[in-house]
Design a protein around this ligand. Structure first.
Ligand SMILES: Nc1ncnc2c1ncn2[C@@H]1O[C@H](COP(=O)(O)OP(=O)(O)OP(=O)(O)O)[C@@H](O)[C@H]1O
Ligand SMILES: [Mg+2]
Length: 460
């Protein structure tokens, strides 16, 4: 057996962006089998119509039937728009990418607004690639590193190859590989008893664990490695590998392939490269081919743009064009504005979103909460934050929430908890709530506060 040619590329795993600390109590839309919202379920309270509407959207996304691809959540501040977007993604499952951004984020870092949007949209398209690869797999019975003198320092030895004996339940085989495989064997601390896989084309070595049949696997010392059964079948075999990537990951891989030159030789890293429209078009072609050939599955994810009225006309026109395309995520826009000027124009429009875009969207409204609903939401928040609170104190907090806002009441919950702990208690009382409410201001109070000072300045 000759040496295995080596060219290794790390496949990046798709990372999800998540910034949902305020919504950790939410597990889903809380619907029953018939798609009806249960008053309190999965961390959600009330907002029945919006939740049921979102449920229908989820069903259509799952069945690939959502044609418009654009959803608008409209409602006053603190009425659960972000909460519902988060529950939608919880319902869609783990393989579905979800990115949350604020409308203002497109104005960042001197990059083109549309470039930020394209890239973000492509991060929201999950591509599950199935690949059959030929690998050598087995438990290492013997491993012998062949060394050679260092080219610049003959007193030093460097790995030049490796002889391995791999064993499965059914056969034992000797293989020989070149310096790249030898180096990986050394770096990963692979020795007798390790179960490994070597990709026959790329030479990439993966350490799977320690064989339960080896001496090392049988000892009771604490292993940092997984104990695994000795593989069965032939040593050389076809195995299916599944990679979960996004379109953006593939763009990056395509952009860096072949590039690099001296910088990549010296520093290992590839220089940042702008990803051109051609590269993207090429990636799209490849993906479509893989899908047609049954080698890939597309998981359109969700791009949630909060405070959508902060987008400008250029971004909106881009979105209207983009949602008509082929490989696009579901776009959810949320806004708490009624009628306002579209940024970058003098035109007023409902929700601050251009009419032609609104025309394509399904709109879901959220309503303000009753005191009982606020109380139940705060109770769930208290449980999630592991805060103990007396029933009267909770009632008090709900009353404040009705007068001010759910957010303010939610913040008072943690502040009152701090106050109770400072007083050596382990439960929030009405006094803790009142003290916190007295020390801090809600938005209206703060506005009034400053207005009084302004009035005083005018007189002087
Ligand atoms: N129906 C609900 N059930 C449980 N928790 C909720 C519900 N609605 C809102 N919340 C919680 O209340 C807080 C405020 O809600 P959220 O941030 O979703 O409001 P919003 O409508 O997005 O407001 P804004 O317009 O200011 O962005 C969050 O912590 C959210 O998780
Ligand atoms: Mg929000």
């Amino acid at each position: 057996m000759s040496g295995i040619p080596v060219k290794v590329r790390e496949v990046p795993t798709s990372a999800k962006f998540e910034r949902i600390g305020a919504h950790t109590h939410i597990q889903g839309l809380g619907l029953d089998e018939r798609g009806r919202a249960v008053r309190i379920k999965d961390g959600l309270v009330g907002q029945i119509k919006a939740r049921e509407a979102a449920g229908i959207v989820v069903q259509m996304i799952k069945e690939g039937k959502l044609s418009g691809r654009l959803i608008v959540l409209a409602g006053p501040p603190g009425t659960g728009k972000t909460a519902i977007a988060v529950s939608i993604t919880k319902e869609l499952g783990v393989n579905v990418p979800f990115i949350q951004m604020s409308g203002s984020e497109i104005y960042s870092t001197g990059r083109k607004k549309t470039e930020v949007l394209i890239e973000t949209m492509r991060k929201c398209i999950g591509i599950e690639i199935h690949e059959m690869r030929e690998v050598y797999e087995g438990e290492v019975m013997r491993s012998e590193i062949i060394t050679a003198p260092h080219p610049y320092n003959p007193y030093q030895k460097v790995p030049d190859g490796v002889r391995l004996t791999l064993k499965t339940k059914d056969e034992e085989r000797r293989i020989e590989a070149g310096p790249e495989v030898a180096t990986q064997i050394l770096q990963q601390g692979i020795m007798e008893g390790s179960v490994i896989q070597i990709d026959s084309e790329t030479g990439r070595v993966s350490l799977i664990g320690i064989s339960e049949e080896s001496e090392r696997g049988k000892t009771y010392e604490v292993h940092r490695r997984l104990i695994v059964p000795r593989p069965s079948g032939k040593v050389k075999k076809e195995k299916e590998f599944v990679y979960n990537l996004t379109l953006a990951d593939l763009d990056e891989m395509a952009a860096s392939r072949g590039g690099g030159g001296l910088a990549s030789l010296l520093f290992g890293a590839l220089p940042e490269k702008e990803i051109s429209p051609e590269i993207r078009a090429n990636v799209d072609e490849q993906v479509k081919k893989m899908v047609d050939g049954g080698k890939a599955i597309i998981h359109p994810g969700v791009l949630f743009i909060d405070d959508a009225h902060l987008l400008d006309i250029e971004a909106f026109s881009f979105l209207s064009r983009a949602v008509e395309g082929e490989l696009v995520p579901i776009v959810i826009l949320a806004t708490n504005r009624g009628r306002t000027r579209i940024r970058g124009t003098e035109i007023e429009s409902p929700l601050g979103i251009p009419l032609d875009l609104l025309d394509r969207a399904v709109i879901i409204g959220t309503d303000e909460y009753s005191k009982d609903e606020i109380l139940d939401i705060l109770r769930i928040r208290a449980e999630t934050e592991k805060v103990d609170i007396r029933e009267e104190a909770l009632d008090r907090l709900a009353e404040i929430g009705t007068r001010t806002s759910l957010r303010y009441a939610s913040q008072l919950l943690s502040l009152a908890w701090q106050n109770s702990k400072n007083g050596g208690r382990d439960e929030i009382t009405e006094e803790d709530v009142d003290r916190a409410d007295g020390l801090f201001m809600d938005i209206n109070q703060a506005e009034e506060h400053l207005r009084r000072y302004e009035a005083k300045m005018m007189k002087q």
